[in-house]
Structures are given as structure tokens and as C-alpha cells.
Design a protein around this ligand. Structure first.
Ligand SMILES: [Zn+2]
Length: 449
């Protein structure tokens, strides 16, 4: 492939945002030069004032294929990702059948993905109650790390782990040197609160919020930090929802423990006070908490206690959201947001004085590092994959169904006015999304180190 140049007045790079030309050859970034150093005789795409950010990396997505493709799937999830500016998805090991807890299951997933993906992908392996002997094999077979649940994951077939089972798994995890991603809520506080709420009106959001108290997250995180100290494995807390854990996490980090933390766009944009009765589209676990809590999570990002933002895109068929039944107790918990996460984040971030460089750090570089892809993904820099998103930060739009692109186009963001429009997405130099369309055949591949 010959040399091509992508020009913008605002190229978002690790050291700052400046006018630059990104030179691309054979799917990689050959160099980044100032616009006046553009070599002659090459094809130039000039995006003007639209920003070029690194292709976003989502380290927390439930693709659900093979086995529950009616919930989502490689084709639809990666299409929504391309429309949202993502160029690499890291799949969660549950909800698919078989769950990704053995090498055989990993191979089944690889087979299912072939020829379907609009962006690159990779998958976490699962740590469940009885697969300790598969952990090192999964690492050798190429997973970038592992995911476990300390509470029932809402679906059978992917078992949660208790402390005894964790202690059996952790020496194997530590040996791989790969991170363990933890859904950090303990069941006891949730069970106790739920018992107290037996007679509550579950068409309201308040009982659901009360049934998943901060205490469930706090006790789980405390347990994981002490196990991290004991077993010396890389601990990653997924979808932190309670700001009350920030002090504990800050202290663990200053102690030098290898702990990283993520939160999600919905915890940073939505708040419990504004969730209408019966609107189960807002249900997720841990739950969306108060506006005050939301502000403190932003503070956690500002201080760097929270390292990254991932979507936890977790779709289901609309009937499982029980929209008609308006019941927060029985509805599936999970929020789909792949196509909107960047504008949702930018809407909130720009008003708080953050820049697109912060967005790139939280949504590209940070997740790429977690998933072990940081030498090729998540930055606009020489020798990296030519993955980028062309983004108009001043443009605004209303979130409507036709912008979602995942399989079941339901969303708690419907009707929201959002800031920033994804104009185009490039994967290894190929345009995979532009102005609402997906040109070319799916060319996404599994990321292999
Ligand atoms: Zn999840």
C-alpha cells in the first residue's frame, strides 16, 4: 500500500493536541509530521478543524457470540463500535456459550468471529469456581487477562467465585502476569438489603438502588486489595460505581500495589435522581448512584485514581428489559452504549475543563494498556496501527435510534442532546465508518501479540 496522509488542525497525541499530518503506510502510522513537512505526490485527506483521535479501545464489552447472538454478536457489536469511534473491542467471557473459560471455548469464539468484524477484537478469559487448571492454558493461547465475578452475574453458566475459590485461582493468575478484572460487589450486603425490600414498589428505581448498596462494592474492593497484597497479581476493578471506594483505591495505589480502576460513561452522565419510574433501560449493576456520587467519580478521574473509561456495553433482547412490566427487580441489568460513549463522555468532560487528550487517555491509551495492546493500539504515534477516529467536537446531535447500530437499538440515552459527532473511523488505514455508512467488507481481526 502506498503512503497516504491524514491531515487535521487538531491531532490528539500523547504529548498534546496540534496541527499535524499522520502518514500511513501498510496499515501502520509511518510518521507524524507537521503540515508543512507533507511529502509531495501523496494522497491527502484533510479533515480541517475536525479532530483526529486515536481509535478508541473498549476493554469491557459483552459481544455474546457464539451462543447468544440474538442478544448481540460480532457483526452488530463491531458495527456499533465503528460508528462510535472504537477500533478494538475486548470481549467479556460470559453470556456467550460456551463461556470463555477453557481454550476450546476460546477457539470456538475465534471461529465465530471470522469474517464478521468491522473492528479488531480480543477476548478476556474467565475465572470461575472450577477452572483453575485452565488459567495458564488460556494465557498461553492468547487471552490478555481474566474476568471474575464476586456475585452472581445475572446469568447461570458463568459461576461466581468466593474467597476460597479465588485463593485457588490467584497463584495461577499471578504466574501469567496478566490482570484479573473483578466485578466487585459481595453478595451478603445485596442479599440483606434485598430481603428488607421484599414489599417495596419495584417499579421505582429507589428500591433497586437500595438493594445494591455502596457497602457491597466497598467490601468487595477491600477483599480484593488484601488478596492483591498477598498474591501479587494485577488487580483491575471494573465499572466502579461508588465514589466511596476512591480513598481505599488511592491508598492501595500509593502503597505500590498493581491496582487499576475503570468506570463507565453511564456512571459519569446519569444519576439516580433523574431516573424515571419504570424505566428499566437504566438498570445496571452496580447501579447508577446519586449526582453527588457522579461528581466525585469525575474527581477520581481528574486525580487519576480512576484510570480508564470502558462502556460495559451489555445488551439483551428488549423483552428481557421488561419495558412493559416496568419492574426493576426482574429486568435484565445492562446498558448498551458502544455508538454513543464518546459523545456522552465529551458532553460531560468538556464542561469540566477536560480536553480531547484526556478522553484519549481514558478511552484509548488506558484500556489498550490494560489489554496488553499498548505497543500497537491506543495512540497516534509512529509504528502504531493506523487506527483513528475523526471527531467534530463542537457539533451537537440528538441521540436517536438510527445512530445506535447494535442489534437491539434500545438506550437510556434516547432523546439526549449530546456534544461531538463521530464523522469517520479508520482501522489500520481502512475507512470502516463514515457518515452513517460502513464501507467495504468487515476487515477486523483478532488482536494477536
Ligand atoms: Zn460487564
Amino acid at each position: 500500500m502506498s503512503l497516504a496522509a491524514f491531515l487535521s488542525q487538531r491531532v490528539v497525541m500523547p504529548h498534546g493536541i496540534e496541527a499535524a499530518a499522520v502518514l500511513v503506510q501498510d496499515g501502520r502510522i509511518f510518521d507524524v509530521v507537521s503540515p508543512d513537512q507533507l511529502p509531495g505526490q501523496i494522497s491527502v485527506k484533510d479533515f480541517g478543524e475536525a479532530a483526529i483521535l486515536p481509535g478508541l479501545v473498549d476493554s469491557h464489552v459483552h459481544i455474546n457470540e457464539p451462543g447468544r447472538t440474538e442478544w448481540e454478536g460480532f457483526r452488530t457489536a463491531t458495527r456499533a463500535a465503528a460508528a462510535g469511534g472504537y477500533t478494538l473491542l475486548v470481549d467479556m467471557p460470559l453470556n456467550c456459550l460456551p463461556a470463555t473459560t477453557t481454550v476450546d471455548a476460546l477457539e470456538a469464539k475465534r471461529k465465530a468471529a471470522i469474517g464478521q468484524c468491522h473492528v479488531d477484537w480480543i477476548t478476556w478469559g474467565g475465572v470461575v469456581s472450577d477452572n483453575q487448571e485452565h488459567i495458564e492454558g488460556l494465557a498461553s493461547a492468547g487471552v490478555p487477562g481474566f474476568k471474575c465475578f464476586l456475585i452472581h452475574p445475572g446469568i447461570d453458566g458463568f459461576t461466581m467465585v468466593n474467597e476460597r475459590e479465588l485463593r485457588a485461582a490467584l497463584p495461577h493468575v499471578a504466574k501469567t502476569g496478566l490482570p484479573l478484572l473483578v466485578h466487585a460487589e459481595l453478595p451478603e450486603p445485596v442479599d440483606a438489603a434485598t430481603r428488607r425490600l421484599a414489599q417495596a414498589d419495584w417499579s421505582k428505581y429507589a428500591p433497586y438502588l437500595e438493594s445494591r448498596p455502596d457497602e457491597a462494592e466497598l467490601s468487595a474492593i477491600q477483599l480484593m486489595i488484601s488478596l492483591c497484597r498477598e498474591y501479587h497479581f494485577r488487580l483491575h476493578i471494573v465499572h466502579l460505581a461508588t465514589s466511596q471506594a476512591l480513598d481505599m483505591l488511592r491508598a492501595a495505589k500509593s502503597e505500590g500495589l498493581p491496582v487499576s480502576v475503570e468506570t463507565c460513561p453511564h456512571y459519569l452522565h446519569l444519576s439516580s435522581e433523574k431516573i424515571p419510574d419504570g424505566q428499566t433501560l437504566f438498570k445496571c449493576a452496580p447501579p447508577i448512584r446519586s449526582q453527588e456520587n457522579c461528581e466525585k467519580l469525575w474527581q477520581g478521574l481528574r486525580e487519576g485514581v480512576i484510570d480508564l473509561v470502558a462502556t460495559d456495553h451489555s445488551p439483551c433482547p428488549p423483552e428481557m428489559k421488561r419495558l412493559g412490566g416496568r419492574n426493576f427487580r426482574t429486568a435484565w441489568g445492562g446498558i448498551s452504549s458502544l455508538s454513543l460513549a464518546l459523545p456522552v463522555m465529551w458532553t460531560e468532560a468538556c464542561g469540566r475543563g477536560f480536553t480531547l487528550a484526556d478522553i484519549a487517555r481514558w478511552m484509548a491509551e488506558g484500556p489498550a494498556r490494560l489489554a496488553g495492546c499498548e505497543s500497537r493500539k491506543g495512540r497516534i504515534a509512529k509504528d502504531f496501527d493506523a487506527d483513528f477516529v475523526v471527531f467534530e467536537p463542537e457539533a451537537e446531535f440528538i441521540a436517536t435510534e438510527d445512530r445506535l447500530f447494535y442489534r437491539h437499538r434500545v438506550s437510556p440515552y434516547w432523546g439526549a442532546r449530546l456534544r461531538g459527532v463521530v464523522k469517520a473511523t479508520y482501522l489500520r488505514g481502512n475507512c470502516v465508518f463514515a457518515d452513517g455508512k460502513f464501507p467495504g467488507e468487515p476487515c477486523g481481526l483478532e488482536f494477536r501479540r
